[in-house]
Design a protein around this ligand. Structure first.
Ligand code: IMP
Ligand code: MG
Length: 174
């Protein structure tokens, strides 16, 4: 079986929207510092583009969790593959995600991160598929809501491929 990629959101539109969200975050966090947590690997591209546009002081940390095998359906199992290097105590934490689908990964992650006593914790996602939500998640910043289609690019993969695409595309199997 082979795949074709159809452009859903162009590179220009993605970057324009990231700038808008960055402007909003800059306003909301004026006079504070942001401790950004990138959920590997999918959120890496988004985190880079977003953090470059943040004008308040930023520190970065990385975490890797897995809720999927090499499949397009959630297994519902969340595993910590790599934990954060730094403590969260007293920090204004912004979790940066690539996509919220069932919501299982993020609701689990937010729960364990809140136990580390950050001063505040908010969630910023590049994409949101609200139709697929199984577990409720409070999304503070969302660049795009998308329909229930499997997407790749801008960090998102299908079987580890296509993360490097500079746009967001839909995988079409033929
Ligand atoms: P959730 O726990 O179902 O919300 O799954 C979130 C994770 O599933 C994301 O961080 C992605 O890694 C992956 N995922 C969900 N939908 C897609 C998609 O359309 N393309 C690529 N990865 C996806
Ligand atoms: Mg992810």
């Amino acid at each position: 079986m082979s795949e074709k990629i159809r452009v859903l959101i162009s590179e220009e539109k993605v970057e324009q929207r990231i700038q808008e969200i960055a402007d909003e975050i800059n306003r909301d966090y004026a006079g504070r510092e942001i401790h950004m947590i990138c959920v590997l690997k999918g959120a890496v591209f988004f985190m880079c583009e977003l953090s470059k546009r943040i004008t308040v002081p930023v520190s970065l940390d990385f975490m890797s969790v897995s809720s999927y095998g090499d499949d397009t359906k959630s297994s519902g199992v969340v595993k910590i593959i790599k934990d954060l290097d730094q403590p969260l105590e007293g920090k204004d934490v912004l979790v940066v995600e690539d996509i919220i689908d069932s919501g299982r990964t993020l609701s689990y992650l937010l729960r364990i991160l809140k136990e580390r006593h950050p001063y505040s914790i908010r969630l910023c996602t590049l994409l949101d598929k609200p139709d697929r939500r199984v577990t409720a998640v409070d999304v503070d910043y969302s660049c795009f809501q998308i329909p229930d289609e499997f997407v790749v690019g801008y960090g998102l993969d299908y079987m580890q491929k296509y993360r490097n695409l500079p746009y967001i595309g839909v995988v079409e199997f033929e």
